[in-house]
Design a protein around this ligand. Structure first.
Ligand code: URA
Length: 259
């Protein structure tokens, strides 16, 4: 792990607030390799050094991973002058841990957003070479037919001549469709359907890799992930299996995804 400021490390890896960390440092409660350290700006290497606070070891390797059911009207950024950001949906105690959204959904899109303070994991999820599939439940102006499904499977060319990778899609009830992408170009789903002379009326991300957004997680609600969820995210079970699971709870997902 890279070097990190001692005060940031303590706030990220414990339940102490920043001001509590300051006073613990001031009061000599923090030790680095058994030596009292009161300077919060000191850089430490959590993999190589032992940090204790009031005699208890502060674990170095535990990053924070959250999934959010993003509502409309929020942007996937850590700060913005004009719009509310997804971080506004979290309490201060989590915001100060330094989490950021790993990947983007448009302001009017909804559904699964991963937030973490683990830059390497975020990179693995987003890296185009990793091809982690992302699944979107979309409400379309015209219900999807076989010719559109074949065109998506063959790789769509967008209006600016950008070539997209093959995408799997399936028609769902009530004019919805489930589409699976292995890449993440700007406004990609909307532009793909526009190239097919269709129109996306709403877009709800329901899964990343094998991790499915729980159907009962309310818009704006979030959950902390555990190790097995992260493994699931990196290991996709395949399009048919995800389709089946989304279809089983379609009424809950489509309420979330309604325009
Ligand atoms: N594709 C889009 O067009 N919008 C999103 O928010 C995500 C994928």
């Amino acid at each position: 792990m890279a070097e990190i400021r001692l005060d940031k490390f303590l706030a990220n890896r414990s339940n102490y607030s920043r001001s509590e960390v300051k006073s613990l440092l001031r009061n000599g409660a923090v030790r680095v390799d058994s030596v009292v350290e009161s300077d919060g700006s000191r850089k430490i290497d959590p993999d190589a050094q032992l940090v204790t606070c009031q005699g208890k070891q502060i674990q170095g390797g535990s990053h924070l991973y959250l999934i959010l059911n993003k509502p409309q009207g929020y942007i996937c950024a850590t700060e913005d002058r004009t719009h509310r950001t997804v971080l506004d949906l979290f309490p201060e105690s989590l915001r100060i841990k330094g989490v950021f959204p790993a990947g983007r959904l448009d302001i009017d899109s909804t559904g699964l957003v991963l937030l973490t303070d683990d830059g390497k994991f975020a990179h693995d999820i987003l890296a185009p070479g990793k091809h982690i599939p992302k699944y979107y439940l979309v409400k379309l102006r015209n219900p999807i037919g076989d010719s559109e499904i074949s065109a998506l499977a063959g790789g769509i060319v967008l209006s600016d001549q950008t070539h997209c990778l093959p995408a799997q899609a399936k028609a769902f009830p009530d004019g919805y469709a489930l589409i699976c992408l292995h890449e993440g170009k700007y406004h990609q789903v909307k532009r793909m359907f526009a190239a097919l002379e269709n129109h996306v009326e709403s877009l709800h991300r329901v899964a990343v890799g094998g991790l499915i957004l729980p159907e009962n997680l309310r818009p704006g609600g979030y959950l902390e992930l555990v190790h097995k969820d992260l493994v699931r995210m990196l290991k996709a079970p395949g399009f048919d299996s995800i389709c089946e699971q989304i279809l089983r709870n379609f009424s809950s997902y489509s309420i979330n995804a309604s325009p």
